[in-house]
Design a protein around this ligand. Structure first.
Ligand SMILES: *Cc1c(COP(=O)(O)O)cnc(C)c1O
Length: 617
């Protein structure tokens, strides 16, 4: 987090420049700097000259009647974007900045010319947004009195062909319109509004601004963790735009879908990947490709996000639930007791990024002739004993929703088995793709045209996002591992709070979220109280809500899967002490991993460590 970027906004003649200069002088002790909106990098005479020329061109370009309005708008937006990035940005690293007017007046003007909110958002998408805006409201008559005689023709006519008469009235109309629009924006966006009476001395106005700005500076002193998802970069935007121009929907895998699938398979280390519309759709395809249906049983974790098991229930497969081990993962010791003659598969979830004991679970599956399936949605970067998760199972699914690698909405099924891949294609990618990619000598190729009745194809834009993410994967991984290491070191020796990682160093964490354990027996307060204290200090931690013991959900106990509502089953509560113990001692926080997150990470870390040390019994 950088220092606050404060903007004085208002129509022409509201006194923005004078007031910004005065407030910066009055708040010099707090390091506030006034950056003249027209101040350009003055690194060398050449740059100064070049930038002056450019500034003149920009500021006067509106005077030229033969310059197209849109062209002028784009030029201005580029200027604000460059200034925000290269002048304001670096200045904010040094301390708080106040600027005399930003793009809002321009935006109000374009809105007056009929630009929509969406088009304006797009035009100014790359312009740095201020942290705080103060709207100075002066009556247009006052502004006219102050500016008359110094106005350029544009300011008189305001480049708006609706004003045929240049002069006082067009100025007043234009300024009133801009003021009304900016007032509406101020009310919507929560800006401060400062009315400046005609006869008020400028020093008095400045003194009023100083107290407002001081409050902004005070607030920014106590930092908050500001985790945002998704992390948008210029590269990602370019990738999506380029894909939009290429194709918005692909019927086969020859374009971006195939490219994304190959990149994802390489990322995991499997032969094949199939991209789908969601992780849930991927799990459904996995169930279908495994050939599971009514009469079959699978063993699934009692503690997981429900979509690990719901697609199986949808197909009428009976789900038997295994309790959790100390890491919240399916406990291999629970497996023998759940095995029946009808068991066909075991599905595991690497919960919150900690890999399951794939050695024990794999052995159990092999010895009993069961398929091994993995839900890797929390574990894009996880390894068990140096082997990537997702490569143990006969098939594995990675949700790419709000997970460590995202496509917006989406999921990817990976496998080394060509038959499973073809069956997964049949499940939701009918017609062209199936004709091209399922060999005609396979009996199931008969379904290539129709598929099996469902469609769950990925969007091309999702695939483009995914490709951009995978290209950045190494950076995401190393950054997040470093953060986990720092937290682990800082918490070392604290008996109450510890990091959830791979068991006893037998692998690597999946880097989805930062999982934490709380030992209430060593603490002077409960976990809920502890998390409340962290949040009260602006840190971002929570006790997960929608992920819990899923075994007792009525969906898994229906008697008629086609009309379950006619007879909602009474479910007897299952007994899962391992899962309950884990849930009672688990909380989590976001795991950052992008440039610019450093201050938030530091704030999370220092808040967590301070409170963890304070609650030791
Ligand atoms: C997110 C998630 C899913 C579901 O994925 P969607 O893409 O949201 O359909 C399934 N399992 C687990 C463990 C998840 O976290």
């Amino acid at each position: 987090m950088t220092a606050p970027f404060i903007v004085l906004e208002g129509p022409d003649g509201a006194g923005k420049t004078t007031l910004a200069r005065l407030t910066a002088e009055l708040l010099a002790a707090r390091n506030l700097r006034h950056l003249d909106r027209r101040q350009i990098a003055q690194t060398s005479p050449f740059v100064t000259h070049l930038m002056e020329q450019l500034a003149n061109m920009l500021w006067n370009s509106g005077d030229s009647r033969d310059l197209n309005d849109d062209f002028w708008a784009h030029l201005q937006a580029s200027w604000f974007s460059a200034h925000g990035q290269h002048v304001v940005g670096p200045a904010l690293a040094e301390g708080p900045v106040v600027v005399d007017g930003w793009f809002h007046k321009m935006s109000a003007k374009l809105a007056g010319q009929g630009w929509s909110r969406t088009d304006l958002d797009r035009l100014f998408a790359k312009v740095r947004r201020p942290d705080h805006v103060i709207l100075l409201r002066t009556s247009p008559r006052t502004m006219w009195a102050r500016r008359e005689g110094t106005l350029r023709p544009t300011e008189l006519g305001m480049h708006n062909r609706a004003y045929s008469e240049l002069g006082e009235q067009s100025f007043l109309d234009y300024q009133q319109d801009a003021l009304d629009r900016m007032t509406a924006t101020a009310e919507r966006e929560g800006w401060d509004i400062v009315d400046v009476p005609e006869d008020e001395d400028v020093n008095t106005t400045a003194a009023r601004l100083v107290s407002l700005i001081e409050a902004v500076l005070d607030r920014s002193v106590s930092p908050r963790s500001t985790y945002t998802w998704p992390h948008l970069t210029a590269g990602l935007e370019d990738a999506v735009l380029a894909q939009m121009h290429r194709s918005l929907s692909d019927r086969d895998g020859r374009g971006v879908l195939g490219e994304f699938e190959r990149a994802f398979a390489d990322f995991v280390g499997t032969e094949y990947a199939v991209a789908l519309s969601s992780g849930t759709a991927g799990l459904h395809a996995m169930c279908a490709a495994a050939g599971l249906s009514e009469g079959d049983e699978i063993i699934a974790p009692a503690y997981t996000f429900f979509a690990t098991a719901t697609p199986f229930a949808y197909e009428g497969v009976r789900v038997r639930f295994a309790d959790a081990d100390a890491h919240g993962n399916l406990d291999p010791k629970a497996l023998p007791g759940l095995l029946t003659e009808r068991t066909r598969a075991v599905i595991v979830t690497h919960m919150w990024g900690a890999p399951c004991d794939m050695t024990a679970i794999g052995t159990f599956c092999r010895e009993n002739g069961l398929l091994l399936l993995e839900d890797c949605s929390h574990a894009h970067f996880a390894r068990w004993e140096d082997q990537r998760v997702g490569t143990f199972g006969d098939m594995s699914v990675f949700s790419t929703n709000q997970k460590a690698i995202t496509t917006g909405e989406g999921g990817v099924l990976v496998t080394d088995n060509p038959r499973f891949r073809e069956l997964a294609l049949l499940h939701g990618q009918y017609n062209k793709r199936c004709f091209q990619e399922i060999p005609g000598d396979q009996p199931h190729s008969a379904y290539a045209l129709t598929g099996m009745g469902l469609k769950s194809r990925s969007t091309t834009l999702g695939a483009a996002i995914g490709l951009d993410q995978l290209a950045a994967a190494d950076g995401i991984e190393s950054r997040r591992r470093d953060i986990l290491d720092r937290f682990e070191q800082a918490l070392a020796g604290n008996p109450v709070v510890s990091l959830l990682r791979a068991p006893e160093g037998r692998g690597d964490h999946g880097l989805y979220v930062m999982g934490l354990r709380f030992d209430a027996t060593a603490a002077t307060c409960s976990m809920a109280e502890f998390v409340d204290r962290l949040c009260a200090d602006g840190a971002d931690f929570d006790i997960p809500g929608s992920t819990g013991v899923i075994a007792d959900e009525p969906l898994f106990h229906r008697t008629d899967r086609n009309q379950p509502w006619t007879e909602v089953p009474e479910v007897e509560a299952g007994h899962f002490p391992g899962a309950e113990a884990f849930i009672g001692s688990f909380f989590k926080g976001p795991l950052w991993g992008y440039p610019g997150d450093e201050v938030s990470v530091e704030h999370q870390l220092s808040t967590l460590v301070r409170h963890a040390n304070a609650v030791v019994r």
